[in-house]
Design a protein around this ligand. Structure first.
Ligand code: FES
Length: 251
């Protein structure tokens, strides 16, 4: 599918800090909201930014004329975004990239940390997805309430055991896939988590997709800053991805 890319200024309709350092920004962007698919991302910066580079952020949901982004304040670009308030303007380029396979009947979404953001859009659009989420501690599982209206089932693991099972979320994956209930796995999060998810899904012969996060300059396939080697040759994460089949990626 050919996506329409829009460079536009969008007004912030809401900006909320969900937990310390993690924000949800909702933007009035009717054209993108209508055409975006789960897995797509935007290149974003504050309209009056001091930084030149845009930050790639996966779309977390699209509803009516609005889209939302959930992001962690981790560098200069996201720090500038976090300063903004309702009514301020951001410059966005998008929707960019390819999208997840939505043809699975019973997909299992496997997400860790901010990787749960694009999976939220998938759960919202698909309406029959289960989610296996992980984080270091219970406060990072604020995602549970956000996913509840859309997810069929939610499974949780935390590294310190403060919520759900103790350990990494992927440790629960063999048991879930063994049940035979799921016909596809979609993973997004830290590379080691995705690698493990791919290995386990392949072991159980369940198709698996991953969404990669890489540094991006242009977001349009021109600068090569996001190039990676895959089983199918050199690919650009911004244009050929960010979604790849699990078996294609060298983690
Ligand atoms: Fe420039 Fe991908 S970000 S080619």
């Amino acid at each position: 599918m050919v996506l329409r890319k829009t460079l536009t200024d969008a007004e912030i309709t809401e900006q909320r800090e969900l937990i310390a350092g993690v924000f949800k920004m909702t933007l009035h962007a009717p054209e993108i909201a209508r055409t975006a698919k789960p897995g797509n991302f935007l290149q974003v910066k504050a309209a009056k930014a001091n930084t030149l580079l845009r930050r790639p952020l996966g779309i977390a949901d699209a509803e009516g004329d609005n889209i939302s982004l959930i992001y962690r304040k981790i560098g200069k670009g996201t720090a500038e975004l976090a300063e903004l308030q309702q009514g301020d303007i951001v410059s966005i380029l998008g929707a960019l990239g390819n999208s997840f396979d939505e043809s699975f009947k019973n997909p299992l979404l496997v997400g860790g940390g901010m990787g749960l953001s694009p999976l939220l859009f998938y759960a919202q659009a698909h309406k029959n997805a289960a989610v296996l989420m992980g984080g270091r501690t219970s406060s990072e599982i604020f995602w549970e309430d956000i996913f509840k209206p859309f997810a069929k089932e939610i499974f949780i693991a935390t590294e310190d055991g403060s919520k759900g099972e103790k350990g990494f979320n992927v440790a629960l994956l063999p048991k879930l896939l063994k049940s035979g209930k799921y016909d596809g796995v979609i993973a997004c999060g830290p590379d080691p988590m995705m690698k493990k998810a791919v290995d386990i899904a392949r072991e159980y012969s369940v198709p698996v997709e991953v969404s990669l996060e890489r540094r991006m300059g242009c977001g349009l396939g021109a600068c090569l800053s996001c190039a990676i080697d895959t089983a199918n040759g050199r690919k650009k994460v911004c244009k050929d991805g960010p979604v790849f089949k699990g078996e294609e990626v060298f983690f």
